[in-house]
Write a protein that binds this ligand. Structure first.
Ligand code: NAP
Length: 243
């Protein structure tokens, strides 16, 4: 059974991904700062709970990453995939944006995935069975957005990690890719005003906001055998907004 670790599985895109991967037959490990109804549902469903592991874990605690991954491997077996999904966003123009919030965003969205990818890379190098690393980025990492400089910088950094790590791990059959969603209907985008959301929909060729399922569909493909020759890419899932 293939084991995938996905961060931030308690809500939004992460929760949808956990459910989809459990339904595909993967063993899925996940974390978040606090459990939610989704987590309780995965832990109690008789058809899913044997292939599910949850640990409360704050991704800002970089020194505990190796231990977190070890605990996942102890439950789910050797790692096949790592999905760096957890992320935070906070709006505000940079000139007045508190430095402490800049630091927190970069820590959770970039340093965390970097540290967890490092731990996963060590695991992949030891086991040499190939594998997958998928970073959930954002179109804002490539295009920018007024009031989201720290978030944008963290996602651009994540895409840089994708490209370099793809080169480092290609020779052992590990692919590394970024998925860059547009605006997805989750708690994170709920902070946008109705006016902003309507403008985004108007500018999107496919005429709607993204759903978690749109991102999860690509995630499932990138985890599949069929995606084994795709690496180092940043793939947009944005209804054509950035075309
Ligand atoms: P969401 O609904 O806010 O969920 C975020 C998840 O990350 C939650 O499970 C949250 O759990 C977890 N998380 C946040 N901080 C954490 C921390 N310090 N330690 C552990 N877990 C943490 O967000 P989403 O919309 O699903 O976003 C998922 C990913 O997609 C993010 O990387 C985001 O940047 C990206 N993305 C989202 C959109 C969008 O429009 N929604 C667009 C482009 C990209 P806790 O809060 O309980 O810790």
């Amino acid at each position: 059974m293939k084991h995938v670790v996905i961060t931030g599985g308690s809500r939004g895109i992460g929760a949808a991904a956990v459910r989809a991967l459990l339904e595909e037959g993967y063993f899925v490990s996940t974390c978040s700062r606090a459990p939610t109804e989704h987590i309780r549902c995965f832990e109690t469903d008789p058809a899913l709970r044997e292939r599910f592991y949850y640990q409360p874990f704050d991704l800002a605690r970089i020194e505990e990453y190796e231990r977190f991954l070890d605990a996942c491997v102890a439950r789910g077996g050797p790692l096949y995939g790592l999905v760096n999904n957890a992320g935070i966003a906070q709006a505000g123009v940079l000139a007045t944006f508190p430095l402490v919030d800049c630091e927190r965003i970069v820590r959770v969205n970039l340093i965390g995935p970097l540290a967890l990818s490092r731990a996963a890379a060590r695991h992949f190098l030891r086991h040499r069975r190939g594998g997958r690393i998928i970073n959930i980025s954002s179109i804002i990492g490539s295009r920018g957005y007024t009031g989201l400089s720290a978030y944008s910088a963290s996602k651009a950094g994540l895409d840089g990690l994708t490209r370099s790590l793809a080169r480092e791990l290609g020779r052992i059959g590990v692919t590394v890719n970024s998925i860059a969603p547009g605006y997805v209907r989750t708690d994170m985008s709920a902070a946008l005003s109705q006016e902003d959301l309507q403008q985004i929909v108007r500018r999107t060729p496919l005429g709607r906001l993204g759903e978690a399922a749109d991102t999860v569909a690509l995630l499932k493909f990138l985890l599949s055998e069929g995606a084994g020759f795709i690496t180092g890419q940043v793939i947009f899932v944005d209804g054509g907004l950035s075309c």
